[in-house]
Each structure stands twice: as structure tokens, then as C-alpha cells.
Design a protein around this ligand. Sequence first.
Ligand code: F6R
Length: 240
Amino acid sequence: MKVVITKSYEEMSMEAFSVMRAVVTAEPSAVLGLATGSTPLGLYRLMAEDHREKGTSYKKVRTVNLDEYVGLGPESDQSYAYFMRENLFRHLDIPPENTHIANGKAGDLAAECHRYNSLLGQLQRDIQILGIGSNGHIAFNEPGTPFGSETHVVALAESTIRDNARLFARAEDVPRKALTMGLKNIMHAKKIVILANGANKAGAVRGLVCGAVTEQLPASVLQLHPDCTLIVDEAAASLL
Ligand code: F6R
């Protein structure tokens, strides 16, 4: 795994953006695997600014997202579909039909997992952007998830519910379940860029880079990927 340590969140976002821009420029119909959460917001701002000012086009790009809360649809401002529209898609020229996120409101969740998993098989990602949870999760693959897992419904860990409660009015409002790509799906991407900032990620980052490859720290599976880059700020790198 290549490790890039940056001075700040802004510099981390710039480094990620330069990898992303190279992928989209080399392949105008690239497939991008995208994440939600606080970590990639700086990257998304830079992509929007670059599109506005330099005209980089996303007309032929396709995107797939890592995960979505069960019970929330695109109209809910806490859903990941809403997050992606507000923070990225509406600032680019990407056709909405080229953007894919699992449907958290599907009546039949098993069928939705199956549909999304087949889609991921058809759309091999040129790049997958990841954040990391303080417990080492990637997407919503919590500790203990098998490395061979594919798209599935997950009960969120208490620590993840606590971490994400900051984004909801009340902790009770955080959905308890989500649809998520599995670890095998994530590993299928040609290139992976994992981002982390802040001291609360330092323990997980240490496990990711220097720890054993273990299902107890799902991100550690990335040590087995042939083209994975970790971009971290100094606070998140403090235990390396
Ligand atoms: C989001 C996702 C999660 C986050 C992780 C870190 O789509 O899959 O794994 O990347 O929880 O979240 P933030 O960036 O908010 O610290």
C-alpha cells in the first residue's frame, strides 16, 4: 500500500483530487466508486470547482456508491442519495441516470442487494474512494464481516451509530440498518484511494497499514489490493 501523509485536510483532499482527475481525464467514461461522510467533502468540492472552472466533463462518467441507510430515500436529507446529489452530482454535468446508489426504501431488500451486486459486476470501477470508520470499517462492513462478502444488509455497530449521530437531530434517528457493498465488491475496483483525517482515525489507520490482515479490522483487507493508496493528514497518521 502506498501511504501519502499530508499536512492538512485541504492537502489530503488536493492529493485525492489529483488522482481522481487523472482517472477521469484518461478515461472519460470512467466508473467511479464514491463514498459519503465528512472525509470526501473536500475532494468533491475540488471536483465541482474543476468542472466549473476548467470544464472537466462527467457526461459519460458512471458512479456507484458504497452504501445507503435502510428506510431512507433520495427525498430524505439524511439519505446518502441526497448527500451525493447536494455535495457532488448537481455541481457536475453527470446525467442522473449514470449515478447509482442502492435503494434504501426497496420493499424487498434481498432482491435489492442482488440487483445492486449484479450492477457492480457489470460496472468495474476504475477508482474507488473510501473513508474509514474509527472501528476500521469501510463502507458499512463492520468488524467481523467476511472478506468474501458481497452486497448485503447490515446492522450498524453501536460505535458507528454514535459516530454518525452528529449528523442527525437525535441519536435515536440514526437508522440501525444499511445496505452496503461487501469487501469483495470493494476489492474488485482497479484502483483504491482511502482517505482519513483527524486523530479519532489514528488507531484504525495504524491497523490498516501496520496491523494483521484480519476481519476484525475490515480495512486491513486493503493490504492485499495491488493498487491501493492511503492519503492521510498528520493527525490520522500520528500512530504510524
Ligand atoms: C460512507 C461510508 C463510511 C465512511 C466512514 C467514515 O459512504 O461508507 O464507511 O467512509 O464511516 O465517515 P466520515 O468520513 O464521516 O468520518
